[in-house]
Design a protein around this ligand. Sequence first.
Ligand code: NAD
Length: 285
Amino acid sequence: MINRLCVIGVGLIGGSLALALKKAGYVNKVVGAGRNIEHLEKAKSLGIIDQCETDLGKAVSHADMVFIAVPLGAMAGVFNKIEPFLHKHTIVTDAGSAKHCVVEDATRELGVKVNQFIPGHPIAGTEKSGAIAAFDSLYQARRVIITPLEENSRDDINKVRAMWKAAGADVDEMGARHHDLVLAGTSHLPHILAFSLVDCLNQVDDVDEIFRFAAGGFRDFTRIASSDPVMWRDICLSNGEAVLAMMNRFENQLTTLKAAIENNDADALLEIFSRAKKARDGFCM
Ligand code: NAD
């Protein structure tokens, strides 16, 4: 049970955690913190938070748990502002989609208090943004990865695990570097492909014609290209090394496919598509 939760960045991810914990009766009071008082008032009117605070120091000073859910590019600034106001008992965690960069920011900005920071990443979301998009079941039966630091106590890690469990999620632990490589393949590369496919088609002549006849497959594949551009810019830059490694692999795969079509190689195409179908049918039952 959390007495006072502070959510910094009350958007889709932060707002949904607040709603889930309230619904589960796992939190007494939620303080929402951010830069824009109108956005915070809106979140309050939606019942997501109980109190609005634009001063991050004040927001965290009596919190038991602080959840940072701002874009990756804003993490360092947030750590810097809250550090002087963190009490010894306060646990800080986050939702950033890449973990090594957040660990670096936290280590630099929190100093010795980095032991109070347990990095995390809920593998859940939608292409929508803002508090208005938040909903209480976002984390139901979804996975959350936490990437603990050597400095963390097992007691604090368990408190973060218990919070996510109360929100309905299953929690896994792994190293930050490993997390970044896995997510580069399963999340970051697919978003890059969706954005670039839509942008590529958008530049051809007869673009209206193309989008008018877009079928279900196109809609399924490109839904995530409606995601927030700022968030995805930050993710690509923050996890550049792993993202580039995955892009290189994918480039090689495209080259292989191109060669098979150029050479009229029916067997090669069938082999690749059959292998992919078997793999996907296996993991998405
Ligand atoms: P969002 O745009 O819905 O919400 C972000 C919130 O942060 C907004 O309320 C914004 O006003 C606030 N904010 C921005 N800069 C700030 C700053 N400097 N100080 C204080 N507040 C600031 O975004 P979201 O989808 O909730 O994503 C939040 C975090 O969660 C990101 O780090 C993202 O990588 C991560 N994440 C997103 C998803 C997803 O699918 N959307 C999934 C998992 C993790």
